[in-house]
Ligand binder design. Structure first.
Ligand SMILES: [Zn+2]
Length: 92
């Protein structure tokens, strides 16, 4: 497996247009018009919600709920053709 991902440098493709749903872009890697694949990962807001719930006195299990809620997580867009990372939509 070739290492395509470069840590700390995410290619920018009209980031303003990225949301938490698939968008159509021209992939800079394979030059194809593709609809992005979206993967959700835990972001800063997820941790803040977790901390907030914890401080409010919820049991340990409840403060992990934000990690299961896509609305609170960062959306990573990848090319559906070549799998390149096109950009990351962050909540904050
Ligand atoms: Zn591509």
């Amino acid at each position: 497996m070739a290492m395509l991902a470069v840590q700390g440098q995410v290619p920018v493709v009209s980031l303003a247009q990225l949301g938490d749903g698939p968008v159509q872009v021209v992939c800079p890697n394979c030059q194809q018009a593709v609809v992005t694949r979206v993967e959700f990962s835990s972001g800063l807001l997820t941790y803040l919600c977790c901390g907030g719930l914890f401080l409010c006195g919820f049991a340990l299990g409840c403060c992990l709920i934000p990690f299961c809620v896509d609305r609170l997580r960062d959306a990573k867009h990848t090319c559906s053709n070549c799998k390149a990372v096109l950009g990351v939509y962050r909540r904050l």
